[in-house]
Ligand binder design. Structure first.
Ligand code: NAD
Length: 381
């Protein structure tokens, strides 16, 4: 069985789907590995390092896409890329399947078996394949470094001959994987950290990282299946916004990470709240790409409003490509090892990992949620 690693072509994407260590593990398992020439360049792995790990370096992009049994990628592929895939071959990548309807349709019609890395179930069994978590943790870490670099103040408390500097106050909104990593990073830099999440269950995790949990008592269940947050009622939104406003006002840096899967990110920090912040304060909005948690966020830009800098970074994991790729590659390796038995892919559609993650197979859209969404779009013309 031949596994191929494609070079990412999206501008700003520096990650790679397999690092040399992972290639060596696949080769040891008896699999043939092709790596597109230059695939590791953005994350500082040379073609030579892949060759030393046992891969064949292939310069012909059409051969990488057309002659692989299993194609590994990070970012959502372009349609012209999947047009080159053979019927019956397999693609493992982020696919954004709830938005990329045309792509999913093309994958099905080309009879490609496609696995969407964002659909790996968030279960203990699938933890080592969980690419959303590995990449969100990079984003949470980097968000704090961006905030610290943009803040015209120290993060830690300093007692110096030139006076005492109080620690910066950081407020993290959304304490999922990225938020918890942001809390830990801000604490390591010496900031005083508060955090809010609509799911009360995260209180203990927040506290165990040395941050204060900001509580809001809501009269409704805020947790959906899989442990994700639910979209809440307008009354609950208003109640949490009142509490958020008090804490945003006192913060030097606000890191927002709140997301509700499959929906636009909730708007939590209004322009009025920004106007109440101290001049020089910073907001880093990790939800910028899905609409933003802050009303002033512009994805991919740094904007100034009311003396506050609002930063809406795009694809933060790619800004730390060495470790982001290393972790993503480990996630992919674990999935491949899970699927390959005796040198061939063996797909058991009763298995929850295969059932959740496999989007297209044998000409069909086989993930139920993706199929329903796709049918509803066809129905709506
Ligand atoms: P996410 O990216 O979907 O959302 C980030 C955070 O935003 C979440 O904590 C969510 O509760 C919060 N949020 C949503 N709406 C909000 C609002 N209006 N106000 C404040 N906060 C709001 O989340 P994620 O980081 O991908 O994690 C989602 C869930 O999956 C969590 O329960 C996490 O513990 C769980 N998880 C489990 C595993 C595992 O068991 N292996 C692995 C990773 C994550």
């Amino acid at each position: 069985m031949r596994i191929a690693v494609a070079k990412e072509v999206e501008v700003g994407e520096h990650r790679v789907a397999a690092v040399p260590d992972v290639v060596a593990r696949l080769v040891k398992q008896g699999l043939e590995v092709w790596v597109e020439a230059g695939a590791g360049e953005g994350s500082f792995w040379s073609d030579r390092a892949y060759e030393d790990a046992g891969a064949k370096i292939v310069s012909d992009t059409a051969a990488i896409w057309g002659e692989a049994d299993v194609l590994l990628k990070v970012g959502v592929p372009y349609e012209h890329e999947i047009e080159q895939m053979r019927s019956g071959s397999t693609l493992i990548s982020f696919l954004n399947p709830f938005s990329q309807h045309n792509l999913v349709q093309r994958l099905a019609s080309r009879r490609v078996t496609a696995f969407a890395m964002e659909l790996i179930p968030r279960t203990t069994r699938a933890q080592s394949m969980d690419a959303l978590s590995s990449q969100a943790s990079v984003a949470g870490y980097k968000a704090v470094l961006i905030a610290a670099a943009a803040l015209p103040k120290y993060f830690p408390m300093l007692t110096t001959a030139a006076g005492t500097i109080p620690p910066a106050k950081v407020f993290v909104i959304g304490a999922g994987v990225a938020g918890l990593q942001a809390i830990a990073t801000a604490r390591r830099l010496g900031a005083v950290v508060e955090a809010f999440d609509i799911r009360p269950a995260v209180k203990e995790e927040v506290q165990s990282l040395g941050a204060k949990f900001v509580e809001v008592n809501l009269d409704e269940d805020t947790v959906a299946s899989g442990g994700y947050a639910k979209e809440v009622s307008d009354a609950s939104k208003e109640r949490s916004q009142q509490v958020i406003a008090e804490h945003v006002k006192g913060a030097d840096a606000v890191i927002t990470t709140a997301q509700v899967p499959g929906r636009k990110a909730p708007l939590l920090v209004t322009e009025e709240m920004v106007a109440q912040m101290k001049p020089g304060s910073v907001i880093v909005d990790l939800a910028g790409e899905s609409g933003g948690n802050c009303a002033c966020t512009e994805a991919g830009k740094d904007v100034q409003r009311h003396g506050v800098t609002i930063i809406g970074p795009i694809n933060l994991p790619s800004s730390m490509p060495v470790h982001a790729s290393q972790m993503y590659a480990k996630n992919v390796l674990t999935l491949v090892q899970y699927l390959v038995k005796d040198g061939a892919l063996q797909l058991n559609f009763e298995d929850d990992i295969v059932k959740s993650t496999c989007v297209t197979h044998a000409g069909e859209i086989c993930n139920q949620r993706v199929r329903e969404l796709s049918l509803s779009l066809v129905g709506n013309g």
